[in-house]
Design a protein. Structure first.
Length: 255
């Protein structure tokens, strides 16, 4: 592992990472390779208080038969460093298994729930909502993986807004993180409309995360309400782009 040197975490800071892990496998057909073990080392190196994961497998019978070292537990639990709690909820059920979103955290979990935000029958999508106790105060985290069609994403943001208004107290800090599958400004403006913002990039500091080998857009974001954004980092280098088609995004906040 290389190309990510993070400063020590400050007690008043919160480090949040989001990472689409591509189901722990890279490549296609007979040349595909198992990367879940390398991803386990990567998650530890991120040293984040909260890790939001997308495309996480609970099980996949065909891949378990194909790979000799397929983990004998769900990927969220396998990736969780010692001392972390893993929360997983399924978005999609497929012929050979199922996958969804997960959250790993070193802070106590107060509760969690899942909501289906699928926009059409060809893409199964959901959001994972977890309430954490961070420095004695409740912080709400929503992990998302939005659809591939622009219109679907807009409708899913409307559903996200309705969910937040229904489930998250207005005074509570809120994090919405994940793979937004969007590199324009419309989603950003919509989220700002109900109080969610991210660290503002500069022309010399761009947090491109996709495609991992030669990133040219930022699909992955960490938006917050009630926390102060301090900065963003994206690990780079061959070891990182071999593990997934996305690079992880690491964001720092003041609680």
């Amino acid at each position: 592992m290389s190309s990510l040197v993070l400063p020590p975490r400050q007690p008043e800071h919160l480090r949040i990472a989001t990472y689409n892990i591509h189901k722990g496998v890279q490549g296609i057909g007979p040349t595909r390779r198992l990367e879940i073990h390398n991803l386990g080392q990567a998650v530890q190196q991120l040293d984040a208080d909260i890790i939001c994961l997308q495309e996480v497998r609970k099980l996949h019978r065909r891949e378990a038969q194909y790979f000799a070292h397929w983990p004998d537990m769900p990927q969220a639990e396998f990736l969780a460093p010692e001392g972390y709690t893993a929360i997983y909820r399924t978005n999609a059920i497929t012929r050979h298994g199922e996958h969804g979103n997960a959250l790993l955290t070193r802070w106590p979990v107060l509760g969690h729930q899942h909501e289906d935000i699928s926009d059409h029958r060809f893409e199964q999508r959901g959001l994972l909502h977890v309430e954490l106790a961070i420095q004695t105060r409740p912080v709400h985290v929503v992990v998302v993986h939005l659809g591939l069609i622009p219109g679907s994403r807009v409708r899913q943001i409307h559903r996200l807004q309705a969910f937040i208004e229904r489930e998250v107290p207005r005074a509570s800090p809120l994090v919405v993180a994940g793979d937004f599958n969007d590199w324009g400004q419309q989603i950003k403006r919509m989220l700002a409309g109900f109080g969610l913002h991210e660290y503002e990039e500069t022309p010399t500091h761009r947090a491109f995360t996709y495609p991992a080998r030669l990133p040219i857009v930022q699909l992955d974001h960490v938006y917050v309400r009630g926390l102060e954004p301090l900065g963003l980092q994206v690990p780079r280098g061959r070891n990182w782009w071999r593990m997934s088609d996305h690079l992880p995004l690491v964001a720092e906040f003041r609680v």
